[in-house]
Design a protein around this ligand. Structure first.
Ligand code: SF4
Length: 152
């Protein structure tokens, strides 16, 4: 009997109900669960902020001065909103770890949580408002040929 070949897909862990968000909650996604009805996916959960060594819960953070690409280039920064502490290094480290997981598993696509400074795809939140841009991990994925889609 032939085995079905599922598409290896990285996914923001919080979308799968894992309590890895900055506030200790999850972002379980109805949209993601519906995709299982029509697509053969092998999901590989990653939380770049945890992979970067940040605790859960952790202070909320946002990108200032640009987008994820600019953080990778050192011309923008990820800072904790309340304290202004620069956590760019942790976000970059987490993005690199997530990319390594993609390489090890052979995943070529990713479904990522919208608005996040790590996982945001075609929009991130700054000052409580959604603005154009992408998170640090999404920027690194795109630079390395991984197809990324945003999930609410
Ligand atoms: Fe979810 Fe990504 Fe934030 Fe982790 S870094 S909690 S996976 S949006």
């Amino acid at each position: 009997m032939a085995t079905e070949k599922k598409t290896k897909t990285l996914v923001s862990a919080c979308l799968m109900g894992i309590h890895c968000r900055y506030d200790g909650n999850h972002s379980w996604s109805e949209e993601l669960s519906k995709r299982f009805e029509t697509e053969e996916l092998e999901l590989i959960p990653v939380c770049p902020e945890q992979l970067g060594g940040l605790p859960t819960p952790r202070p909320a953070a946002e990108i200032r001065g640009g987008s994820g690409d600019d953080v990778l280039d050192g011309t923008a920064h990820v800072v904790q909103i309340e304290t202004g502490k620069d956590v760019s290094n942790e976000f970059i480290k987490g993005a690199q770890a997530a990319l390594k997981i993609a390489r090890i598993t052979g995943a070529t696509q990713a479904l990522m949580k919208t608005n996040s400074p790590s996982c945001g795809c075609d929009g991130i939140k700054v000052g409580g408002k959604r603005v154009d841009g992408e998170g640090v991990t999404v920027a690194l994925f795109r630079r390395n040929g991984i197809h990324v889609e945003g999930v609410e």
